[in-house]
Design a protein around this ligand. Structure first.
Ligand code: ADP
Ligand code: MG
Ligand code: MG
Length: 249
C-alpha cells in the first residue's frame, strides 16, 4: 500500500528526514517510536503532504503511484488520513455536520454526488454504535470545549466514517490521558481490518499494550535505525533508546 524509498525531506533547505525506507501492506499496523525531535511528526506530515515540508530526495508510493507531487487534499481523496488535520474549534458546526461535509467533499473529488441522507444517517448510526459514541456527542460543536478524550473520540469517529485505506495517527504530543488512551486503542482495534493499514506514531509503549502492532520501527535523527515486532517496544520501555544509539556507533 505505502512504500517509502530513501526519503529525504525537511524545511528551509535542511533535511529532517535523512533516508527513510518503509513498506506498509494492507492489514498491517506499524508503530513508529523514537525520542523527541527524531522526526516522527515530520514523517507523518510529509506522507500527508503538508506544504511547509519539501521532499529533496526519494519517493513516496501509495498503491504503486508516486504521491510526492500531490497536495494534501488529493492524498486524502486517495485514502490517506492524518490525525489532527482539523484540530480547530468550529463553533456552530457539529461533529455530525462536519463529517457529512468531509464525506461529501471526498465524494465530489471522486465525481460522485452527495451521499443520500438516509444512507448517511445509517452510516453515522452504525459507526457511532460501533465506537459507543452517544447521540449527544454528535451534536456538539466541533472541538469546542472538548476534553482530551473527546478530541480523540471525534478523531476516531472521523476515521471510522471516512474509512481511509491508510491512517496515520500521531499521538506523540497529545498527552494521552487514560480516557483518551482507551478511546484511541478501542477505536483503532475496531477499525483495523485486512484492507486498511495504520501507522501509529507514539512515544508511549503503553499504547502498544492495547493496540498490538505487527511491526515496530525506531526513528532517530531522521532515519529508521531499527525495526522489529512488538517485543522491540517492550525492550524500548525497559531500556530506553540509548542502547540503540550505542549499537549505531
Ligand atoms: P518528533 O515528532 O519525533 O518529536 P518532529 O518531526 O516534530 O520530531 O521534529 C524533528 C525536528 O525537526 C526537530 O528538531 C524539530 O524542531 C524540527 N522541525 C519539525 N518541524 C518543524 C517546523 N515546522 N519548523 C521548524 N522546525 C521543525
Ligand atoms: Mg515532538
Ligand atoms: Mg511529534
Amino acid at each position: 500500500m505505502l512504500e517509502i524509498k530513501n526519503l529525504y525531506a525537511g524545511l528551509d533547505g535542511k533535511d529532517i528526514l535523512q533516508g527513510i525506507d518503509l513498506k506498509v501492506n494492507a492489514g498491517e499496523v506499524h508503530a513508529i517510536m523514537g525520542p523527541n525531535g527524531s522526526g516522527k511528526s515530520t514523517l507523518a506530515s510529509v506522507i500527508a503532504g503538508k506544504d511547509e515540508y519539501e521532499v529533496t530526495q526519494g519517493e513516496i508510493l501509495f498503491e504503486n503511484n508516486s504521491i510526492v507531487d500531490l497536495d494534501p487534499e488529493e492524498r486524502a481523496h486517495k485514502g490517506v488520513f492524518l490525525s489532527f488535520q482539523y484540530p480547530v474549534e468550529i463553533p456552530g458546526v457539529s461533529v455530525t455536520n462536519f463529517i457529512k461535509t468531509a464525506i461529501n467533499e471526498t465524494r465530489k473529488a471522486q465525481k460522485l454526488g452527495d451521499m443520500p441522507a438516509a444512507e448517511m444517517l445509517k452510516l453515522i448510526k452504525e459507526k457511532a454504535d460501533m465506537l459507543e459514541i452517544d447521540r449527544k456527542f454528535l451534536s456538539r460543536s466541533l472541538n469546542e470545549g472538548f476534553s482530551g478524550g473527546e478530541k480523540k473520540r471525534n478523531e476516531i469517529f472521523q476515521l471510522a466514517m471516512l474509512n481511509p485505506k491508510l491512517a496515520i495517527l500521531d499521538e506523540t504530543d497529545s498527552g494521552l490521558d487514560i480516557d483518551a488512551l482507551k478511546v484511541v486503542s478501542n477505536g483503532v482495534n475496531k477499525i483495523r481490518n485486512k484492507d486498511n493499514a495504520i501507522v501509529l506514531i507514539t512515544h508511549y509503549q503503553r499504547l502498544l499494550d492495547h493496540i498490538v502492532p505487527d511491526f515496530v520501527h525506531v526513528l532517530m535523527n531522521g532515519r529508521i535505525v531499527k525495526s522489529g515486532t512488538k517485543e522491540l517496544a517492550y525492550e524500548l520501555e525497559e531500556k530506553g533508546y540509548d542502547w540503540i544509539k550505542e549499537e549505531l556507533v
